[in-house]
Design a protein around this ligand. Structure first.
Ligand SMILES: N[C@@H](CCC(=O)N[C@@H](CS)C(=O)NCC(=O)O)C(=O)O
Length: 211
């Protein structure tokens, strides 16, 4: 298998964490994602991921899988141990709900192409883009904190083993800190991130800081 990624990518970090939890090693290729002419938007990469986003996974049989959640669920079905979804039906729904609250309602609003479009069409400068990123991150994580308060039954986001909710939360929380957001206002998030940070699968696969 081969994973197309970028070291700063939060979405790719999710897949790197999942691979580490599974103990799976894959070939990797870094794809540039910054700037109007980023490698991710060139024809060669669009053949791999028509959305021009990382991550993408080239599976053993040559099939390409896009979207971090689809890749992670593929890996989970390919190698079921340790499971990345909780055992209980409602717990699985809660884990997916938290993962999607992060991927769709926070992360999707902060990616480089959003910043480029805000700058190109509305003349938004770097400071205003950072404010935009802080706004959607704080609003989204506030909602995630409430979801955690309703669904958390153990040391991690849902239970006593890390699951997809943790895999999506960790890189986003690291990114929030880098935006200058103090996570302390959210006790569940603060506690879960502290615990996840002690696990090498998470700590070693956090997104790299953007230079
Ligand atoms: N929902 C997608 C999001 C992928 C995504 O937005 N990736 C970012 C990096 S974290 C990217 O490639 N951005 C390129 C761009 O914005 O131009 C997933 O979960 O895989």
């Amino acid at each position: 298998m081969k994973l197309y990624l970028n070291e700063i990518s939060s979405a790719a970090s999710r897949v790197r964490i999942a691979l580490a939890l599974k103990g799976l090693a894959v070939e990797t290729q870094s794809i540039g994602i910054l700037g109007a002419h980023a490698e991710s938007h060139q024809d060669d990469y669009l053949k791999i991921n028509p959305q021009g986003l990382v991550p993408a996974l080239l599976a053993e049989n040559g099939s390409l899988i896009t979207q971090s959640l689809a890749i992670i669920e593929y890996l989970d079905e390919l190698q079921p141990e340790p499971p990345l979804l909780p055992r209980g039906l409602l717990e699985r729904a809660a884990a997916r709900s938290i993962a999607m609250a992060i991927a769709s309602e926070i992360h999707a609003l902060l990616t480089p192409r959003i910043g480029l479009h805000l700058a190109a069409t509305l003349g938004v400068d770097a400071q205003a883009t950072a404010d935009w990123n802080r706004h959607w991150t704080a609003e989204g994580l506030g909602a995630v904190e409430r979801l955690l308060a309703d669904n958390r039954r153990g040391a991690f986001a849902i239970g006593n083993e890390p699951c997809i909710a943790d895999i999506f939360l960790f890189p986003q929380a690291i990114g929030a800190r880098r935006l200058g957001i103090d996570l302390e206002r959210w006790p569940h998030i603060t506690d879960i991130i502290a615990r996840l940070g002690t696990l090498p699968s998470f700590a070693e696969n956090a997104p790299a800081p953007r230079k």
